[in-house]
Ligand binder design. Structure first.
Ligand code: ZN
Length: 136
């Protein structure tokens, strides 16, 4: 365990496979095996065709910044030293969106449509978070 002092995900249920993939530095997204639609967050039924059949697909983690918000006031003591910081919604090339951060990028340099790619941040012995960095 490190000195990581921010909230951690509750790893349970359908999301376990996603987090286990992150720990291996693999980004896994659920995909319907009947219609091929990707979905995230993990859930049992396809929002497109209603199928209960799905698989976990390893994706390349490339996408763009869909939107973001800059927090000037930290909403948790663990983020105080980083304020102002940005919380970002990334849209992967598969069409699904994840909430994350863009590392090594001051909030003022962010823009909607910015190309990004996933990086993995081993924040504790148990938890690895998918984050993003600016892509070429
Ligand atoms: Zn489907």
């Amino acid at each position: 365990m490190t000195g990581y002092n921010k909230p951690l995900p509750h790893i349970a249920g359908q999301a376990q496979e996603f987090w286990q993939g992150c720990k291996r530095h693999e980004l896994l997204i659920q995909r319907c095996t009947d219609c091929g639609t990707y979905r995230h967050y993990p859930r049992p039924m396809c929002p497109n065709c209603g199928s209960w059949n799905a698989e976990w697909a390893r994706v390349n983690g490339k996408g763009t910044v869909y939107t973001y918000v800059i927090a000037v006031q930290p909403f948790h003591p663990g983020f105080a030293a980083e304020a102002p910081y940005a919380t970002v919604i990334v849209e992967l090339s598969e069409g699904v969106r994840l909430m994350s951060n863009v590392v090594d990028c001051p909030p003022d340099d962010l823009y909607i449509g910015m190309p990004v790619e996933v990086v993995f941040d081993d924040v504790t012995d148990e938890v690895t978070l998918p984050r993003f960095r600016k892509a070429a």
